[in-house]
Design a protein around this ligand. Structure first.
Ligand SMILES: Cc1cc2nc3c(=O)[nH]c(=O)nc-3n(C[C@H](O)[C@H](O)[C@H](O)COP(=O)(O)O)c2cc1C
Length: 367
């Protein structure tokens, strides 16, 4: 099939950005940003995955010192971090890519060791997470979080705003607000974690208020056409789920319409249950219909599924995580329907600047 006949490889206009295809690099934390500073080896990782007119979303970047919860993840709050991002962003731009920075606050998914002065992590709640087994088999202990007072919320909103300004200073084309996977914004949105009784808890409107305050602040700072947002309404990561994800999803996307954001990005949880998957896709389709803007889907997609999503108009763009991690030339492989490299889970979060990071072979070198 000629490239232009492959739905995933057809061009798409996302507001001010002319995309040459619809294969998006999903945000991928790799824990190789030593001491929270982006490193030169990320230049190669991202430029390997760049195509002219392709959209890339950078790994989650912490918006402030209180936003951290994992070793060697990058930040975007200091001048040193902004300067360290610049050559990475330049490399993507040199190859004609469009690059968004994912803005992250982990909330209670943290512990004293990551927090300034060993203080408690902040959240919408004081409910502590149970210890979790990380992919390398180590146990991560979470400290009891401190419930943010209502009058402290503006400070966190402002931290998102400054981080967005910093992302633009670093040269990024836009930002993606990370409201997924049980991190701070998701903690506020979902009723398993939000037990507040103030204007930021209780009703759907109240639970979404924090996310919408952040969107508004970031939009005012950098312009709506440079702002995307990511949700995972159906995941239960970090003990964060909702009793009515359909109502939550519809409410939030309808509330976003007043700004005209660059995109809404939704994640499907990993599941082998076909019926459950169909049910989730049905609700995402309702969200797509309600959202006036570009809609990105992600989670378990491959070439066939991705093409189908575009062809049947269930999404405008499809983001690929693990497949893109292991296949730097994923769009080209989709074009040729070539075999894919297998991803190696054991090196997802290891610190080596090359192994499992930039040494996945390109088609030409592996054939
Ligand atoms: C190694 C790894 C790191 C990830 N880091 C992030 C991240 O920083 N931010 C985020 O929103 N999702 C993150 N995710 C989730 C992916 O973006 C994506 O939603 C998930 O892998 C499902 O897509 P896939 O089936 O195409 O891999 C990560 C996933 C993996 C495997």
């Amino acid at each position: 099939m000629a490239a232009e006949k492959i739905p995933l490889l057809s061009p798409y206009k996302m507001g001010r950005f002319d995309l040459s295809h619809r294969v998006v690099l999903a945000p991928l934390t790799r824990q190789r940003s030593y001491n929270f500073i982006p490193q030169p080896h990320a230049i190669l990782f991202y430029s390997q995955r760049t195509t002219k007119g392709g959209l890339l979303i950078a790994e989650a970047a912490a918006i402030s010192e209180t936003a951290l919860g994992f070793k060697d993840t990058p930040g975007i709050w200091s001048k040193e971090q902004v300067d360290a991002w610049k050559p990475i962003v330049n490399a993507v731009h040199d190859k004609g890519g469009i690059f968004f920075c994912q803005l992250w606050h982990v909330g209670r998914v943290s512990n004293y060791s990551f927090q300034p002065n060993g203080q408690a992590p902040v959240s919408c709640t004081d409910k502590q997470l149970s210890p979790a087994v990380l992919s390398d088999g180590t146990i991560m202990e979470f400290s009891p979080p401190r419930r943010l007072r209502t009058d402290e919320i503006t400070q966190i909103v402002n931290d998102f705003k400054s981080a967005a300004r910093n992302a633009i200073k670093a040269g990024f084309d836009g930002v993606e607000i990370h409201s997924a996977y049980g991190y701070l914004i998701d903690q506020f949105m979902k009723d398993s974690s939000n037990d507040r009784t103030d204007a930021y808890g209780g009703s759907l409107e109240n639970r979404c208020r924090f996310a919408l305050d952040i969107v508004e602040a970031v939009v005012i700072e950098i312009g709506a056409d440079r702002v995307g947002i990511r949700f995972s309404l159906f995941t239960a990561d970090n003990e964060c789920w909702d009793s009515n994800p359909e109502a939550l999803g519809l409410h939030i996307v309808k509330s976003l319409n007043k700004w005209g954001l660059a995109y809404c990005h939704v994640v499907e949880p990993y599941t082998t249950d076909v019926e459950k998957r169909q049910q989730i896709r049905r609700i995402h389709l309702l969200m797509r219909a309600a959202f006036q803007g570009t809609f990105i889907v992600c989670g378990g997609y491959d070439r066939e599924d991705g093409n189908k999503a575009i062809l049947e108009n269930h999404a405008d763009l499809v983001a690929f995580g693990r497949l893109f991690l292991a296949n730097p030339d994923l769009p080209r492989r989709f074009e040729l329907n070539a075999p894919l490299n297998k991803y190696d889970k054991s090196t997802f979060y290891t610190s080596d600047p090359v192994v499992g990071y930039t040494d996945y072979p390109f088609l030409d070198s592996s054939s």
